[in-house]
Design a protein around this ligand. Structure first.
Ligand SMILES: [Zn+2]
Length: 139
């Protein structure tokens, strides 16, 4: 088998007549292959590190959003407790309030009396219907 000279180390190596494309001895060819694999792996690692940084910053902003939502929920719970207090009061005294606010008894404030009476009747109707809470999706 004819010999060729390695372009890197200068060592002689055997190659077939139809293998003129072989310019390197096997150890040099192998080293070159490994180096290009290392370069590709380093590039891949760098792109994964970039993606990880992006995910970390996304997680940080989602954490901020969760904190904000928790504050909003706490605020809404407070408002709800306050509103429930008022609703309980209105329900407990609805009979008295409907009598006291009836437009016939309040001719000087007929518009206000009508509006309050309608609101009290709507509240009573809503309570009678049970006013169910919404269900989570998929249930
Ligand atoms: Zn070589």
């Amino acid at each position: 088998m004819p010999a060729a000279r390695c372009e890197i180390c200068g060592a002689e190596f055997e190659r077939a007549p139809n293998e003129s494309w072989k310019k390197l001895c096997y150890p040099c060819w192998r080293e070159k292959q490994e180096k290009s694999q290392v370069v590709a792996l380093r590039r891949r690692l760098a792109s994964l590190e970039d993606a990880l940084d992006e995910k970390d910053s996304l997680i940080a902003s989602l954490d901020g959003l969760v904190d904000y939502q928790e504050q909003v929920i706490a605020h809404l719970k407070e408002r709800l407790a306050h509103t429930e207090g008022w609703l309980t009061l209105l329900q407990q005294h609805s009979r008295f309030l409907l009598l006291a606010c009836h437009p016939d008894r309040n001719p000087a404030h007929a518009d206000t009396a009508t509006a309050v009476t309608q609101a009290l009747l709507a509240l009573r109707k809503q309570e009678a219907a049970g006013n169910p809470a919404p269900r989570p999706p998929g249930h």
